[in-house]
Ligand binder design. Structure first.
Ligand SMILES: Nc1ncnc2c1ncn2[C@@H]1O[C@H](COP(=O)(O)OP(=O)(O)OP(=O)(O)O)[C@@H](O)[C@H]1O
Ligand SMILES: O=C(O)c1ccc[n+]([C@@H]2O[C@H](COP(=O)([O-])O)[C@@H](O)[C@H]2O)c1
Length: 204
């Protein structure tokens, strides 16, 4: 049988991409059988607050800058030309058609696993794709018993693979707030992304 290249997909708005995303992407490449890791930049979601969301191409530019020295990482703009809001199952179906020789897996934080049962066609997603789940610190809301029990049901599925990646408590929201307040974000951002933002008026 022909080998199908294993691709891990990491979806997000990456507004901006930060070192938490990079550390995790690198961990997965170094500790799983994924051969490539694609950062799939989600377009502007009409149901979310757009005020501080940079344009698609700016967020894609930053991902490209951040990964330029990581040969196994790619930036994907596949969702830019698909209907919004982007449903992961639709993106996966499109990617599978476009790259029939690749095998795609989903990379997801433990926090998102709690709401997976609300995603479009989540049963289809679970049946057809491997989902790699990494640990996050769960907030009070996520600890809710009902969510927790649903999470456990999904967790038992054979396509869910939990990995022991390091927890980096950083968020793009925190970084945007710091930039707005004139604080230094250099250690939280890949150097090229820091320079890109430093020379612009973004988030200020
Ligand atoms: N520090 C982190 N460590 C691991 N995963 C993260 C981290 N921050 C975000 N993620 C995950 O990365 C994906 C893309 O993240 P996203 O671009 O939404 O970043 P974010 O930092 O959570 O952004 P925001 O604060 O704007 O909501 C999401 O699945 C999110 O759960
Ligand atoms: O497909 C769905 O129904 C669906 C519902 C919610 C979230 N997602 C995906 O999960 C990613 C992270 O979601 P969020 O809400 O944490 O930004 C987002 O980029 C989407 O690709 C997908």
């Amino acid at each position: 049988m022909e080998h199908s290249k294993k691709i891990g997909l990491f979806f997000g708005s990456f507004n901006p991409i930060h070192i938490g995303h990079l550390i995790l992407g690198n961990y997965i490449l170094e500790n799983s059988d994924m051969e490539e890791l694609w950062f799939v930049v989600s377009p502007q979601n009409p149901f979310k607050d757009k005020k501080s969301l940079l344009k698609d191409h700016n967020r894609l530019d930053m991902v490209q800058l951040a990964i330029k020295n990581y040969p196994k990482m790619r930036a994907s703009n596949v969702e830019f030309s698909l209907p919004v809001p982007s449903y992961t199952i639709d993106t996966l179906t499109y990617l599978k058609e476009k790259h029939p020789d690749y095998s795609f897996s989903l990379i997801m934080g433990e926090d998102n696993l709690g709401s997976l049962h609300k995603w479009k066609n989540y049963e289809l997603l679970l049946e057809n794709y491997q989902i790699i789940v990494y640990p996050r610190i769960l907030g009070e809301e996520k600890k809710d018993e009902v969510v927790e029990s649903l999470r456990l049901t999904v967790e038992k599925h054979e396509n869910i693979h939990q990995i022991n990646a390091p927890i980096i408590e950083l968020s793009a929201t925190e970084i945007r707030n710091m930039i707005k307040a004139g604080k230094n974000t250099r250690p939280m951002l890949p150097p090229e992304v820091f320079d890109y933002l430093d020379g612009s008026s973004f988030y200020k």
